[in-house]
Write a protein that binds this ligand. Sequence first.
Ligand code: FAD
Length: 305
Amino acid sequence: EFDVLIVGGGPAGASAAIYAARKGVATGIVTEKFGGQVLDTLGIENFISVKETEGPKLVAALEQHVKEYDIDVMALQRAKALNKLDDGKVEVVLENGAKLVSKTVILSTGARWREMNVPGETEYRNKGVAYCPHCDGPLYKGKRVAVIGGGNSGVEAAIDLAGIVKEVTLFEFDTKLKADAVLQKKLYSLPNVKVIMNALTTEVNGDGSKVYGLSYKDRATDEVKQVELEGIFVQIGLLPNTDWLKGTLELSKHGEIVVDHKGHTSMEGVFAAGDCTTAPYKQIIIAMGEGANASLAAFDHLIRQ
Ligand code: FAD
C-alpha cells in the first residue's frame, strides 16, 4: 500500500515522485515507459538553466534523480482503471490484473500528438517534421515552413512562426479555418503567411536525411501538388492519454483531466499534473512544476487524514 501512487513516469510523474519521497511517505510510480514524450525528443533548448540537452540524456538524468530516493518504480505497467474504495483509499487496476491501493493518486499519463499518418511523417520526425512551435520554432529561423491545421493551435503556431521563419504556409483540410476570428484576422495581416484551404496532405518529401517539401491533394480538383519547404509543424490535435478514465473523472471536451490550481481532480484524493490535464501549456518545465504542485497538494491531503 502506498501513500502517494503516481501513474505515468514522464517529467510530471518523476517530479511528483521526488517531491513525495522527500516527505518520507511511501511513494510508487506505475508507468508504461519511463521518460514519456521526452524519450522521443531530440534537442531541448528551453529547459531553463540547461542551455542545451537531448531527450534521452534528460530522461537518464530524471531516472538517476528518482533512483536517489526510496521510490518503487513499476515500469512496463499500464493502468486500466481507477476506483474509489469504501475506506476512502484509491485503487489502481493494472492491465496485468494487479491492483494497487494508495491513500492518494497522482495521474500524469501525458499526451500524444495526433499525426497526419502520411508517408515520410515518421521517417522525418525531428528532421523537418515537428509538433511543437515553442520547442522547435527557432530551429527554422529564416527557412520556409508549413503548418498543418487551421484550428486555434494551427493558427497560433503560424502567427508565432511567422515572426521567426521566412515564410509560413498554413494548410487546412476544410474550406474555412476553424480558429477564433481574432486569430484569423491577425494571421491574414501577416505578410509572410499564405493559407491553402481544402488541402489534404499526402506525403512528406525528403532526401533521406531532411525534409525538402510537402505534397498535398487539392480536394476541389483532386490534383496533387508539391511545395518546397524545410519544416512541417503538425497542429491537428494533442490527445491526452486518458481514455481509461472516461466515466470515472471529470474530463474536458478534449479529454483532458479537469484540475484546479492545486491539481485536485473531481475525485477526492486523486490529483493530476502535466500534459494529461487542462493546464493550458504543455512543456517539460511546466509539467515538472505541476508535478511538484500536485505532489505537495497530495501531501496536504495526507496530513489532514
Ligand atoms: P509525458 O511525457 O507524455 O509522460 C507520460 C507517461 O505516462 C509516459 O511515459 C506514458 O508511457 C505513461 N502512461 C500513459 N498512459 C499510461 C497508463 N494508462 N498507465 C501507465 N502509464 C501510462 N517540451 C519542452 O519543454 N521542450 C521541448 O523541446 C519539447 N520538445 C518536444 C518534442 C517532441 C517530439 C514531443 C513529442 C514533445 C516535446 N515537448 C517539449 C513536450 C514535452 O515532452 C511534454 O510537455 C512533457 O513530456 C509532458 O510531460 P508529462 O509527464 O505530462 O507527460
